[in-house]
Structures are given as C-alpha cells and as structure tokens.
Design a protein around this ligand. Structure first.
Ligand code: KG4
Ligand code: ZN
Length: 348
C-alpha cells in the first residue's frame, strides 16, 4: 500500500510517500519512499515569525515543485490513498494543501484521508518501529510553534486532552524571546545553539527567570510571563552587556532551562498521576537536544516502568511522513471531497 501525504499547516511545504508492504502484520513496516520539506524560513526570518499571506503564496508556488520531487521514480497510479492535514494550523496555508490534495485524489480516483496535525506529531514516533512498541496508557506531550498540550492516550486514536497552554506555546516562547535577544528565526534552534556555547565559558546570570505554573496541581502551561520577564531583563541591561556574547549565551541557557523545567515537571507529574506505561514526545520543540537529554535522565527516576519515545529529529519538526503514518491508522475514515475544509482550531 502507498500513501501520498501533504502538510501545509504552517510555513513548510511538505509531501511524503510512504509504503506499507504488509499492512496485516502486527508491526507494519512503514517505509518512507520520499520525505520532501521545502522550508520558507529565510523568507519569514526578516519578520521574526510566519507571515500567513506570504506563506500561502509560497505554498501555491512550492506545492507542484515539492510534489514532483516526492513522486520521482514512483508511478502515481500506484498511490492508494492521498492524505492531507486539515488542522490545526494557519487557515490560508491549510487550504492550499487541501485544494492540492482534493485535485490529486480526484485525478487519481483514490480516497482522501483528513489528518489532524497534532495526532501526526504523536504518531511520528512510530515511523521507524511500529506502534506495538508502546504500552498504554501513555502520556503524550506535543510542543510546537502553535501548541503545548498534554494528552492522555489510551491507544492509537484514543486521546484525552489533560492540559494545554493558557497563552503562548513553548515554541512561540522560544521564537519571541530569540527575537528580543536579536537572534534569528526560528528561535528554538537559535537559542539552543547559543545555550550550547555557554558550557565552555563561565558566566553567571544574576537573574533567575520564572518557571510559570510549575508548582500548580493542574497540567496546564503558561509561557507569556516568561517572555515578558526576558524582555524586562534585557531592557534593564546596558548596551555593552546586551551585545556581550556571554550574556546572550547565559540568557539562552536560562530561557531553554526554564522551558524544559516546566515541560519536564508537568509531564512527569501527569505520567505518575495516570500511571502511564509510556511517555511520548512530539513537535518541533522536542528536536531540542538538551530537552531530550534531560527527559531521558529523569524518566527512569519516576519509579514506574515507563517506555520513553521521541521521534527522530527530522520527524519532530513539520514533515509529511508523520501525516502519512497517521493516515494509515485512519484509513477507514475516508473524507467527503465536497465537504472537506480547513479547521484552524481542530482539536484531537
Ligand atoms: O512542529 P513545528 O515544526 O511546527 C509547528 O507545528 O508549529 O514546530 C516549530 C517550533 C518553532 O517554534 C521552533 O522554534 C521550534 O519548534 N523548534 C525548536 C527547535 N527546533 C525547532 N525549539 C527548541 N529547540 C529546537 N532545537
Ligand atoms: Zn507541527
């Protein structure tokens, strides 16, 4: 079976073809035939964030080119399903992928599967190994540019939202604080790179940034206060300090640690409270090496027998291979082409 999947939920135009040679097997072998991602990062960098109308225009331009690269060497008549992200995401961007997918499904006379981008960030974990490696219940943490959610998962397709951010997402906090410090976009990798340099120097930042809601008993998050604290801290410094590489590195290290501390504490609390057998991470922010390292270190200390999952780096940030695997698990839910529409706020 071959699935062609499309994601245009934000600023990446992504198309992937996945082949599942033996669909009846307990552990399906998900083979990525192609996984093409065309990034618009350079274009949006000068705005310090994604500019939706510009992203929409780029998707229109990029989709046929990305498609051509993704199906190179493949007979498109062999595609059994077309899949597309319908939400959540930026509505003008989502529509471009949906319209492209509808046209393709019509042309190929093949069913179209509508995919939830958040579910895809979770199921990205099973690309290399199949889902039978996970035990349930699981606690899934999805952290991206638009979302920070804790999900109780009783199985594939069985999700219950137990906590989410009340304001900014963790990725958004990385992006906005990087902008305050004059670093590039996207902010997550820029902050991680600066923070990593600090280990060789020895600069002590006098300020400890807040860890919002860390001790609250719920599973919710809040990151806008952290962003404001970074702004006030930075504004209070002299022009000389603001330009000091060691100060920037120390700030980045502290921002990154503040975000990790909150994500880690809330996820471990949820895992303990719900007696989780697996902890599953997903989304662009979990591409962060320090975050992965600290989770791997702390999960065993829970005293529970917990399997820990984090996707390969290229499947953490937006990609269409995760859309294809999610479509496989939803292949019985064929979409009505006439009724299919984008849903910017689609929930699980
Ligand atoms: O999942 P994703 O690619 O797109 C959305 O669905 O939003 O996530 C993008 C977010 C951005 O905020 C970006 O700064 C963050 O993921 N990100 C990172 C890293 N790589 C990407 N954050 C921290 N460390 C990273 N290495
Ligand atoms: Zn995403």
């Amino acid at each position: 079976m071959k699935i062609l999947a499309i994601d245009t939920s934000c600023d990446d135009t992504a198309i992937s073809v996945m082949e599942i040679p033996n669909t009846k097997s307990q552990i399906p072998n998900f083979k990525i035939v192609s996984n093409v991602v065309s990034s618009q990062v350079k274009l949006h960098a000068k705005y310090g964030g994604v500019y939706p109308s510009l992203a929409k225009r780029e998707h229109i331009k990029n989709l046929p080119l990305v498609f051509k690269r993704a199906v190179k060497g493949i007979k498109i008549s062999e595609i059994d399903f077309v899949a597309v992200t319908v939400g959540p995401g930026l509505e003008p961007c989502l529509w471009q992928g949906i319209n492209f997918a509808k046209d393709l499904a019509e042309k190929l006379k093949k069913p179209l599967i509508a995919v939830n981008h958040i579910e895809a960030h979770i199921l990205a974990n099973f690309i290399g190994r199949g889902p039978s490696s996970a035990s349930f219940p699981a606690v899934a943490l999805v952290v991206s540019g638009g979302h920070t959610q804790l999900i109780l998962m009783k199985g594939i397709g069985k999700y219950q939202l137990i906590g989410e951010t009340r304001d900014d997402a963790a990725g958004e906090c990385f992006d906005k604080t990087a902008r305050i410090l004059g670093l590039g976009y996207p902010g997550g990798p820029a902050i991680a790179a600066e923070a990593a340099k600090l280990q060789t120097t020895n600069y002590k930042l006098q300020t400890k940034l807040p860890r919002p809601m860390i001790n609250q008993k719920n599973y919710d998050f809040s990151f806008s206060g952290l962003k404001t604290a970074v702004l006030y801290e930075f504004q209070s410094r002299s022009p000389k300090i603001k330009k000091s590489p060691r100060y920037i590195q120390a700030m980045c290290s502290e921002i990154q640690q503040a975000i990790i501390d909150v994500l880690l504490k809330k996820t471990l609390k949820a895992a303990k409270d719900f007696k989780a057998k697996s902890i599953i991470l997903g989304g662009g922010v979990v591409a962060n090496d320090e975050l992965k390292k600290q989770f791997k270190l702390k999960v065993p200390g829970l005293g529970l027998k917990v399997n820990f999952f984090v996707p390969e780096k290229k499947y953490c940030t937006d990609n269409a291979a995760m859309i294809a695997i999610t479509a496989f698990f939803n292949k019985n839910k064929k979409a009505n082409l006439r009724k299919l529409k984008a849903d910017a706020n689609l929930s699980l």
